[in-house]
Design a protein around this ligand. Structure first.
Ligand code: PGA
Length: 255
């Protein structure tokens, strides 16, 4: 059966020391409390990865992820970081397809398909983000948008390989805005995603894929979201920068 997962996305926040202390606080809290979230993932800026990956080895169920990788393996790509470099720091996951990268860095589904392949080649598990903009929500085209994102970036994979993918439904209008999708709105899309996966890869794969919700999730709304049948946890931005808030979200699965 699929895992419940709470992943934090620090985005471009935290200098080196701040990141190490935030991560140490998270690890200590997870150690001290009985946590029934099956996997906690922290996706930090590149500068923290190696150090926090080492710290994470002292606690079970806490893994580390990067926030993007380049699609190439190595070479003359000044400023970029490859999947093999990220993997060499000891991390297991990488966020791909985040709407901020799609919007500000022009990442298309075609490019993302290459990044997915690069991640899998280097044994990194993609946390793949999909979601509609405000206009797409209002025009009612959001199912089509999401189906397109899935098929263009992920449906070239075979079913066995797809088992390495975690999905995150992140309505763009809810990210960092304080506007959360209602549990019913989120559940509607999560169920649609699972049905789309079942059509493509079969029911068993669909049932075993963790689909996270992201977009202004916080300690106040996480429980109503995560209790929906097709929501398997969250990808948390702002609220993952405060250890106590992040822990409260992780602890939703104890409730
Ligand atoms: P938010 O970000 O929780 O701050 O809305 C979520 C995300 O972008 O992954």
């Amino acid at each position: 059966m699929r895992k419940n997962i709470v992943a934090g996305n620090w985005k471009m926040n935290m200098d080196y020391e701040q990141g190490i202390s935030l991560f140490s606080e998270i690890v200590n809290m997870v150690k001290d409390e009985v946590v029934s979230t099956q996997e906690v993932i922290v996706c930090s800026p590149f500068i923290h990865l190696a150090a926090i990956a080492k710290l994470s080895s002292t606690v079970k169920n806490v893994s580390i992820g990067a926030q993007t990788i380049n699609e190439h393996d190595s070479g003359a790509y000044t400023g970029e970081i490859s999947g093999s470099q990220v993997k060499s720091t000891g991390v297991e996951y990488v966020i791909l397809g985040h709407s901020e990268r799609r919007a500000y860095y022009g990442e298309t589904d075609e490019l993302l398909a290459k990044k997915v392949d690069a991640a899998l080649k280097h044994n990194l598990k993609p946390i793949f983000c999909i979601g509609e903009t405000k206009d797409e929500r209002e025009s009612g085209s959001y199912f089509e948008v999401i189906k397109n994102q899935l098929s263009k970036a992920l449906f070239h994979l075979d079913a066995e390989t797809f088992k390495n993918i975690v999905l995150a439904y992140e309505p763009v209008w809810a990210i960092g805005t304080g506007l959360t999708a209602s549990p019913e709105q989120a559940q509607e899309v999560h169920a649609f995603i699972r049905k789309t996966l079942a059509d493509q890869f079969g029911q068993e794969i669909a049932d075993n894929t963790s689909i996270l919700y992201g977009g202004s999730a916080n300690p106040g709304n996480a429980e109503s979201l995560f209790s929906q049948p097709d929501i398997d946890g969250g990808l948390i931005g702002g609220a993952s920068l405060k250890s106590r808030d992040f822990l409260q979200i992780i602890n939703v699965f104890n409730a």
